[in-house]
Write a protein that binds this ligand. Structure first.
Ligand SMILES: C[S@@+](CC[C@H](N)C(=O)[O-])C[C@H]1O[C@@H](n2cnc3c(N)ncnc32)[C@H](O)[C@@H]1O
Length: 388
């Protein structure tokens, strides 16, 4: 059996009814969305379908020892039983909390610090905001793949805060859900049909072939260098008739309001271009979502489908739901700006940290100008494993 994580993050039991308010793991008290700095117009942001406040959770234990659950905790005893014991899983577990700090941010050292984004509290907050944004964007759908009403096994690769895995476990009590990540930052109290494992998805998987109804891969473009290899493994692990679902932002926003503003948001476009170049230098395809359909087909999947969803950057859209999506998108983007940018530009392109910080000052100005009406797209691509 694969080693089970003994996660440290606290969470309330998630609701089974998406969309739900964002579970933002912060110590502060309820936040008034309408009063947030990111919103230029409280009247616009105050009427979100989500309500004015978000549920805030205590996660003060983050960073504590990752081994504080009793070994014999029966809730965890045999979940993940279809993943086989292996020496490399153990060796990854031994480096599970191999963190390092750089410019005030915490990163995982696995693979020589290959993953460029931090794994600290600020980043985890951002991940949960992104999930909330996705729930608004998809009107509460955790997946588009047409699953049976009682799926048996679901795998979430690079589970992050584990929020998607927790909600899918609640939605499908019939399913054994496994969330894997290199960082053991997931909550401690989770639905009984969910387990978290420390694992590197770029290594050989040890899951039983033909076993998963759904393999979920969301927001992983900066974590996976060879999507083809991962999808081949996902094909093997999926049940005949099982699905693999990939979700990624295009990161190519159009500036619909540029003409009215009298200029284009050049700093935003330059930033995206720099991130792309930096990521490519580290071996990642910044626009990999363009290849998802062909990669799924090459791996053997059929019935490949794609949903393309509009994502406004900031609360400028006339449609209420998309205004809320835009609000949360800008929230997570501005909160994550330094974390998203620092290592890609410093380690990828050799910028000094001070240069990055100065660049971010200009970037924030363009990003906060809602008149640019930046509109991006989210791609959800899914395919089915052949039925024998
Ligand atoms: C942007 S987060 C996505 C979180 C989650 N999928 C979601 O949608 O909420 C990427 C996650 O991938 C994890 N990761 C990076 N490299 C990985 C690897 N080689 N194997 C497994 N997880 C990895 C990171 O630790 C991080 O939690």
């Amino acid at each position: 059996m694969a080693e089970q994580l003994q996660p440290t993050r606290k969470s309330s039991q998630p609701s089974a009814d998406p969309p739900r308010s964002a579970s933002l793991p912060r110590d502060d008290v309820d936040r008034d969305v309408g009063n947030d700095e990111t919103s230029p117009d409280p009247a616009v942001t105050g009427d979100f379908e989500t309500g004015n406040t978000v549920e805030l959770l205590d996660n003060s234990s983050i960073g504590d020892s990752a081994v504080d659950l009793p070994d014999d905790d029966s809730r965890f005893s045999d979940l993940g039983k279809d993943s086989y014991a292996s020496s490399f899983l153990s060796s990854i577990l031994s480096e599970a909390e191999d963190y390092y700090w750089d410019n005030g941010r915490r990163y995982h050292a696995h693979g020589g610090g290959r993953y460029l984004l931090p794994n600290d509290e600020t980043e985890l907050d951002r991940e949960d905001m992104k999930h909330h944004e996705m729930m608004l964007l998809t009107s509460g759908r955790l997946h588009f793949s047409p699953l049976p009403p009682d799926p048996q096994k679901i795998l979430d690769l690079g589970t992050g805060t584990g929020i998607w895995a927790m909600e899918i476990a609640d939605q499908y009590p019939s399913a054994e859900v496994i969330g894997t990540d290199i960082s053991p930052v997931q909550p401690k109290w989770v639905p009984p049909n969910l387990s978290f494992e420390v694992d590197d998805l770029e290594l050989d998987w040890l899951y039983r072939p033909d076993s998963f109804d759904l393999v979920n891969i969301r927001f992983m473009f900066l974590a996976i260098r060879d999507f083809g290899a991962v999808l081949r493994q996902a094909y093997r692990a999926a049940k005949p008739g099982g699905w693999v679902e990939l979700t990624e932002l295009a990161l190519r926003p159009e500036a619909l309001g540029a003409e009215a503003v009298g200029r284009s948001p050049d700093v935003v476009f330059r930033w995206l271009e720099l991130l792309k170049t930096g990521a490519e230098k580290r071996g990642y395809d910044y626009h990999v979502q363009k290849r998802f359909r062909s990669l799924l087909a090459e791996a053997g999947f059929e019935e490949i489908r794609e949903e393309v969803l509009e994502v406004p950057w900031g609360p400028w859209h006339r449609e209420k739901r998309l205004r809320a999506v835009g609000f949360w998108h800008m929230q997570q983007l501005t909160e994550g700006l330094q974390g998203i940018t620092m290592h890609t530009l410093s380690k990828g392109l050799g910028w000094a940290p001070q240069e990055v910080e100065l660049f971010l000052v200009d970037l924030r100005k363009d990003l906060s100008n809602l008149s640019f009406q930046l509109l991006d797209h989210c791609h959800v691509v899914y395919g089915r494993k052949r039925l024998r």
